[in-house]
Design a protein around this ligand. Structure first.
Ligand code: GTP
Ligand code: MG
Length: 149
């Protein structure tokens, strides 16, 4: 099974959407392998979004992401990186389909509730930014035999 990095952003936490969002991953059959709430430091925020360092929205993005607690997770499942991206919906919630997290709960790009890795390489990098290997659990869901053929 592959892993991805997921983070409920400060808007999602302060709007009380954490449980709703985790439920969606659980109901889909994905496994939560690690999870914690933290306030992201300036340094970590800049590392996380390093690919956007030259963009005009970068200062606002970094300022927002460290503005309050986030909930960071490692999520596991078959083909999980594109699967979770599809569950999030488009970056701009104006274009996110209803039924996606952003399509159901967000309106503006800079307040789009949740982050997830966009490739297996990003997932590996982001997981190691937020978690030590000792913080990632190994266990089985009891329904795995019904989730995977
Ligand atoms: P993440 O999962 O958060 O990485 O979103 P993404 O992969 O769908 O989008 P991308 O990596 O391109 O951008 C990262 C984040 O920067 C987005 O989620 C937005 O919150 C923010 N962002 C991206 N583009 C814009 C923009 O044009 N304006 C503003 N204000 N924010 C942007
Ligand atoms: Mg991204």
């Amino acid at each position: 099974l592959e892993r991805t990095f997921v983070m409920v952003k400060p808007d999602g936490v302060q709007r009380g959407l954490v449980g709703e969002i985790i439920s969606r991953f659980e109901r889909r059959g994905l496994k939560i392998a690690a999870m914690k709430m933290l306030v992201v430091s300036d340094e970590l925020a800049k590392q996380h979004y390093a690919e956007h360092a030259s963009k005009p929205f970068f200062p606002g993005l970094v300022g927002f992401i460290k503005s309050g607690p986030v909930v960071a997770m490692v999520v596991e499942g078959k083909n999980v990186v594109p699967l979770v991206r599809s569950m999030l919906g488009a970056t701009n919630p104006a274009n996110s389909n209803p039924g996606t997290i952003r399509g159901d709960f967000a309106l503006d790009t800079g307040r789009n509730v949740i982050h997830a890795s966009d490739s297996p390489e990003s997932a590996k990098r982001e997981i190691s930014l937020y978690f030590n290997t000792s913080e990632i659990a190994t266990y089985s869901r009891i329904d795995e035999q019904w989730l995977y053929e």
